[in-house]
Design a protein around this ligand. Sequence first.
Ligand SMILES: *Cc1c(COP(=O)(O)O)cnc(C)c1O
Length: 442
Amino acid sequence: MSDTSQSAALFERARAVTPGGVNSPVRAFRGVGGTPRFVASAKGAWLTDVDGTRYVDLISSWGPMILGHAHPDVLDAVAQTASRGFSFGTPSENEVALAEEIVARVEPLEQVRLVSSGTEATMSALRLARGATGRSAVVKFAGCYHGHVDALLAHAGSGVATFALPDSAGVPASAAGETIVLPYNDLAAVEAAFAERGEEIAAVITEAAAGNMGVVPPAPGFTEGLRRITAAHGALLISDEVMTGFRCSPSGWYGHETRAGGEHPGGYPSGAPDLFTFGKVMGGGFPAAAFGGRADLMAHLAPDGPVYQAGTLSGNPVATAAGLATLRGCTPSLYDHLAEVSQTIGAAASDALTQAGVPHTLQRASSMFSVFFTDGPVERYSDAQGQDTAAFGRFFHAMLDAGVHLPPSAYESWFVSGAHDDEAVETVLAALPGAARAAAAG
Ligand SMILES: *Cc1c(COP(=O)(O)O)cnc(C)c1O
């Protein structure tokens, strides 16, 4: 086992001045135990911690680092842009160029508004949906994460049209009370909720392919069914592509599911989602996110319309330069590479766990994949909750000791990048059999 004394010392300092020692809870290793590694630097597919230990990175900053860390083109764009100033509080060209790039990639989009985080994107899309429809209720699916927006933190639905209890302290019942939580991949539950309260529902928000309960792709026909039901009741469909956007294809999950030869080549028969949200990849590791849709819908936003939305750092020149350079690196050959590497690592993980006799299920959504430590299939959150998280914890730590940093939770996607080369992949493959035996040894 490698030395972790510098990380442990930093964690102690951090805990004195920051709740739990972290600025985003899953980083604290509560799901797996032990000391979170404080990273000193990252390059390509590798993280180096403050004790000097190197790890193959399968977190990729939870998705953004699709080209690998400190990619030279992105570094160049950031350095050149930053040398001309950091933030102006006036319009600037990079924000136009990034919006053009996004609109060009995702066919149903006509306009986007740039914001600084995925949370802001979903929060603003929800406000826009409520402003445009004059309705206040929203449907979300259990196990889908849309950032820490009050109305979207509710997970605990107990059936059709049951108004959820708040999942987090500090979320008023009035905010959560407007949220109807339904099981993912269950169109009958959506039909029933709309039959009961259809006239109150402003929008259905869904992860385009769920990646925040582990990877759970939409069942065939699910997205199309949501489109059909929402349209029939005058509600909007919001596709949250913060994780899947520009990762699952050049145009995100929408492009993956509607590509020529896919389930719905050329688009969903009942039409595209009304609104999309993006983040992660489109910021290239910097705070940039977006929401967008048809121009007539986006016209409800200030300054054209009455729905207010703003941001001091929205469209920040450095963040948008990083995002633009990253998207320009998202070429067809990059997606081929992601597919190949994710296939290799996923299959090897599954083989190793099978050999060791560990019950598990490998699931994929394009190049996003995760291993559930339970027999599958996992179609919704309640299936994922049956996992043996202690087995995952043993697996995680054995991988870490062998130089591979997985996401420190059994409920997260594993992310690869364009920089995951043969050396990185070989390191992962070499670590898997021992980690699978550790998982079995509970
Ligand atoms: C990460 C994520 C968010 C929140 O984005 P932040 O930038 O962390 O606020 C929202 N929706 C989905 C699907 C995500 O994966």
